[in-house]
Every structure is written in structure tokens, then in C-alpha cells.
Design a protein around this ligand. Sequence first.
Ligand code: ATP
Ligand code: PRP
Length: 212
Amino acid sequence: MAEWLTVAMPKGRIFEEALELLRKAGYNLPAEFDDSRKLIIDVPEENMRFILAKPMDVPTYVEHGVADVGVAGKDTMIEEERVVYEVLDLQISECYLAVAGLPNYEKRDINPKVASKYPNLATQYFKEQGEQVEIIKLNGSIELAPLIGLADRIVDIVSTGRTLKENGLVELETIVPITSRLIVNPVSYRMKDERIDEMVERLSRVIEGEEA
Ligand SMILES: Nc1ncnc2c1ncn2[C@@H]1O[C@H](COP(=O)(O)OP(=O)(O)OP(=O)(O)O)[C@@H](O)[C@H]1O
Ligand SMILES: O=P(O)(O)OC[C@H]1O[C@H](OP(=O)(O)OP(=O)(O)O)[C@H](O)[C@@H]1O
């Protein structure tokens, strides 16, 4: 009998794509996943427990070992700097991080402000650029900040570019491409190596098949 595996899944936009990937990899996940408010879903046929977390919290659950594996956006991995193994690029929820601002944006030396949901990542990025900025942490609707004068630039996710365009903002710099990753708790990787390796193999086959 295979040992139980606990998987931290991000609620929100990654969820459906991750679910589809797992199903394609042969995991028999019941319809309960498609229409439920439950935060813990046990699948005894697969010896798996799924916990449904806020996307930014997935690396925290995995680092603490309450989940063996998890699905997390690369953005959350960079922001959170958790001690977990990143074992597979799932190639889902593709987007990128960028600096954006108003079209007439001009670099200012005095008190430049940048709004972002990613304060650590943004701080690191501007440090690398040799620019000193004040980071203002917001939790969403980041594009509002330059429109109402809270900040002169933002660091945020861009996917289709629609949110920037519809709010009259332009991309100023591209920071890093983002996809979702399969992450693993280091102790779980030692204790449950067969189950985790099997999961990586099965998912890899689906991803490679879709690439071909
Ligand atoms: N517009 C987008 N297109 C594709 N992927 C995205 C987009 N925005 C975010 N992502 C990816 O999906 C992950 C989760 O995004 P989502 O919007 O579901 O969560 P969130 O922003 O934490 O949600 P919430 O609005 O509940 O705070 C992000 O960490 C990122 O990797
Ligand atoms: O380039 P696009 O396809 O328009 O996508 C980018 C938008 O998607 C995300 O926001 P989300 O929808 O998660 O809302 P939020 O502002 O509440 O984070 C991101 O923060 C951008 O605002």
C-alpha cells in the first residue's frame, strides 16, 4: 500500500490548470474538485490528500511539511524564498513580471515609489538595478496606484497585457518570465521519494507530450 501524499493546491487561476494536468497524468480526482468549498479533499483511491490554499501560501505549507508537495507560481517562490525543492516546471499559468507606469513616466531621483504585491522581489530587483525606491505593498488592483498618484511605477504580473492597456499604462521593463512549479518539502522527498518521483515522472510525460 502506497503511503499518503499531501498536495497543496493553489486556489484561484492556477487551480483548474493544475487539476487538468493531474488528471491527464492519470490521477483519478473526483468531481468534488470542480464544485466545492471544501479546503481539504481526501482521495483514498489515490492515497492522496489535497489542501486548497491561497496561492502565495503554498510554499509556506510545503516548507513546514504539512504538505509534501505543492503547486506554486514562480512569482510566489521568488517572493517567499521558502526552503523547498523546485522539482518541475509545470508550464501552466504562463505570465511574466514587469515594471509598468504611465506613458509619460519620467525617472525621478527624489522619493521614487513603486507599488507591488511582491515587496521582496521588487526590492531585490531595484537593488540589482542600483536604484533606491520606496516599495508600497498592495494586495491587488496594483494598476490603480500610478493612476491615482500613490506610486509612479508598479511591479506586477502581465499576461495578456489587457489590464495595463485598459488602464492606460505601459510596460517599462520586463523582469522575469513566470510559470507554475511543482515544489517538494525536503524531508518528504527523502521519506516518500518513490511516490514523489512517480508523480514527477507522470507529470513530466504529460508536459513533454503537450510540448511535442
Ligand atoms: N493574469 C495572469 N495570467 C496568468 N497567470 C497569472 C496571472 N496572474 C497571476 N498569475 C499566476 O497565478 C498565480 C495565482 O494568481 P491568482 O490571481 O489566482 O492569485 P492571487 O493573486 O493570490 O489571488 P487573490 O486575488 O485571491 O489574492 C500567481 O502567483 C501567478 O503565478
Ligand atoms: O495582463 P493581464 O492578462 O491583464 O493580467 C494581468 C493582471 O492579472 C493579475 O491580476 P488579478 O486578475 O489576479 O487581480 P488582482 O489585481 O486582484 O491581483 C495581475 O496582477 C494583473 O493585474
